[in-house]
Design a protein around this ligand. Structure first.
Ligand SMILES: [Mn+2]
Length: 192
């Protein structure tokens, strides 16, 4: 079987990013982006998605570092999946975290589109702007060519809302990349 892995780097005048992703991993995580809250979110995503994920990133502007990490992570998903043959393709999760309850669905459809509905009370999540959450999920969806829907059904605590989203992303993603009995590419068009 083809190894569903990808290692990819990106260097611009502003940032440096290196991502190593294994879709058939066991939750081995090592994330250092220089943004503690993003590290925490990506670790939650990979751990609950049973992925091996290594991320190194650096740069002066945190917004650009975070953006570029999600660009490279999305592109790694795209490359690791190959022609998307044999996968379940669609995944979903409903994840609670204390007061927060999140519903998330995704389709590895080949079309990058996101619809993320989340409102945070505060402007910051530790060392990251809370408005970045929606933007980062969108960046991941576009670069990974997947359709992503997120609804925060309830919740008061911002940290819990964000963390439940990334846990749900991991769970739904693992479901979607799962190989099962289906022959060929999971589309009536024969291509995704
Ligand atoms: Mn936490």
């Amino acid at each position: 079987m083809r190894m569903r892995r990808c290692e990819m780097g990106r260097k611009t005048k502003e940032t440096f990013v290196k991502v190593n992703l294994n879709l058939d991993g066991s939750g081995k995580v090592e994330v250092n982006t220089g943004i503690k809250f993003l590290d925490h979110m990506l670790a939650s995503f990979a751990k609950h998605g049973c992925l091996d994920l290594k991320v190194e990133a650096a740069g002066d502007m945190k917004h650009h570092v975070a953006e570029d990490v999600m660009i490279v992570l999305g592109k790694c998903v795209e490359r690791a999946l190959g022609n998307r043959e044999g996968i379940r393709r669609i995944g979903d999760a409903i994840v609670p975290m204390d007061d927060a309850l999140v519903l998330l669905a995704l389709d590895l459809s080949g079309r990058g589109y996101s619809c993320v509905e989340v409102k945070f009370r505060g402007k910051r999540l530790e060392d990251m702007d809370s408005e970045l959450v929606e933007h980062l999920l969108h960046t991941f969806a576009v670069n990974g060519r997947l359709n992503l829907h997120v609804r925060v059904l309830s919740g008061r605590n911002d940290h819990h809302k964000a963390e439940a989203i990334f846990k749900a992303l991991g769970l739904a993603f693992q479901q979607a990349v799962h190989k099962w009995g289906i022959k060929g590419v999971p589309s009536t068009k024969g291509v995704v």
